[in-house]
Design a protein around this ligand. Structure first.
Ligand code: PLP
Length: 458
């Protein structure tokens, strides 16, 4: 099929959808460091994790040897409602940039939650239901994860309690109402409904909240109520596992037309969409079968890979979750009010952190106004109004395509377009009004935050 003209959209049939997730850790010679119990400094056991997470998800979290894990029929059935996600050849963007590069993007925004997060939400809700639980608790920052989880919980008839970062709760009332429409209860965080929330509010009464703080509240709400567990939308290895449907579909679609990407780009908040997109390609790289340039793109305001340290840290401000070795800015780091809410997390997936540390992928940080400039350019020629998070990947893809224009190389660039930006119109308004700033933390600010890293595991 290699001589055929590549269509604008490469779709897969239902039969071609992946039936297994791919666990990239199985092909890593040096595995990510184990999660540690903050109390003892020892690797956490399945039993300890089972107090917080669902049993099957604990199994997936700790499994670093099984390469392929079957996707249960019930989850496949839900995936079929909104998958396959199209792989789009960005002919119009290529033309606008006047580049010889060939640009492709995998679009994950084709569902009501508006992002890739539904891929993991449905899996986590399924395993909670199968375990006979009453419900799940979680945090949400910008609101995409909470929306995805509320959709998944209503599908499986589970109770869903969402702790939403206060500033988003106030700025994004429509996201909140989508979640409530799907039956979730939404509480602004920090709140007086948990001990950790009360403590944070006493210390910082004017806080806008943060993801790390909302996580602490959600974990407390899960562990203090019978029949509840906590679920997390990114960072964890189980989430990266579920998100591999993105990469597996992309690989199948590209193989159909003999397309081999030279460069693979994704935005990186906690690392789940990037980890999912690159997984099968990284697998080939790890097994020595092929080589790809892989680029993680993060906001200059929250630069965990490019300016963070590789160390054990807490996943949450309340220090209740296990310690994870990752590139981190420190769990107390409060990023500035960047508009890409989904990228405002202090740490990075342990899998991606380890791959980055081994030199198997690159990272770059981009500034907010340049990101919105790329987003606008993209929207005007490709039609889709991208999420601010996704636009970080657009920015890097555009930069790489423009480099090709200079050198005359016709490289193939693949990037992940994780979602749509309809709930981010305040951000677009700030950009359109010329009122958007670029906040970059100083070395001194970062150093102060690194000083608070736990002394464990060093
Ligand atoms: C949450 C989110 C991200 C970032 O999360 P990752 O876990 O790093 O993938 C990126 N894009 C969108 C649209 C999101 O909602």
């Amino acid at each position: 099929m290699s001589n055929e003209k590549i269509p604008y959209k490469i779709y897969l049939s239902e039969e071609e959808l992946p039936k297994q997730w791919y666990n990239v850790r199985a092909d890593m010679k040096k595995k990510p460091a184990p999660l540690l119990n903050p109390g003892t400094g020892m690797p956490v056991t399945a039993e300890e994790l089972g107090h917080v997470f669902c049993d099957e998800l604990v199994k997936q979290e700790l499994d670093e040897t099984t390469p392929y894990i079957d996707i249960p029929e019930e989850i496949l059935g839900f995936y079929k409602m909104y998958r396959p996600a199209p792989l789009v050849r960005a002919y119009c963007l290529e033309k606008a940039l006047d580049t010889p590069a060939k640009i492709y993007y995998k679009f994950e925004g084709n569902n009501t939650s508006g992002s890739h997060k539904l891929n993991s939400a449905i899996a986590q809700a399924y395993y909670a239901k199968k375990q006979g639980l009453k419900g799940v608790t979680t945090e949400t920052g910008a609101g995409q994860w909470g929306t995805a989880l509320s959709m998944a919980c209503s599908y499986f008839d589970l109770d869903c309690k969402v702790y939403m970062v206060k500033v988003s709760y106030e700025q994004k009332p429509f996201r909140r109402e989508v979640m409530r429409t799907y039956g979730a209860s939404v509480t602004p965080s920090p709140s007086m409904t948990t001990e950790v929330g009360k403590k944070i509010l006493t210390e910082f009464p004017d806080t806008n909240g943060s993801l790390g703080c909302a996580i602490s509240e959600a974990v407390e709400a899960a562990t203090s109520q019978e029949g509840y567990r906590y679920v997390l939308g990114s960072v964890l290895s189980q989430v990266l596992l579920h998100q591999t449907v993105i990469g597996l579909e992309t690989k199948t679609a590209m193989d159909k037309y003999d397309i081999k990407p030279d460069i693979i780009i994704g935005c990186a908040g906690g690392g789940s969409n990037l980890g999912g997109l690159i997984a099968p390609f990284m697998g080939e790289k790890l097994r020595g079968e092929a080589d790809y340039r892989i680029i993680a793109v993060e906001p200059a305001s929250c630069p965990s890979l490019t300016r963070g340290v590789y160390a054990y840290d807490f996943c949450d401000t309340g220090k209740v979750c296990p310690l994870q070795k990752m590139y981190t800015l420190g769990s107390g780091f409060m990023p500035s009010a960047n508009h890409a809410g989904g990228l405002r997390y202090h740490g990075m997936s342990s899998i991606l952190s380890e791959l980055y540390d081994q030199g198997l992928m690159e990272a770059r940080a981009v500034e907010q106004t340049a990101v919105f400039e790329a987003a606008q350019k993209f929207a005007r020629v490709e039609g889709i109004l991208p999420a601010p998070e996704s636009s970080h990947a657009i920015k890097a893809a555009v930069d790489e395509a423009l480099k090709c224009k200079e050198t005359g190389e016709d490289k193939t660039i693949l990037f992940g377009l994780t979602g749509t930006g309809y709930f981010d119109m305040y951000a677009y308004a700030a950009y359109n009004d010329g009122k958007m700033g670029d906040y970059i933390p100083t070395d001194e600010e970062l150093r102060r935050s690194f000083d608070t890293l736990p002394k464990i595991g060093k």
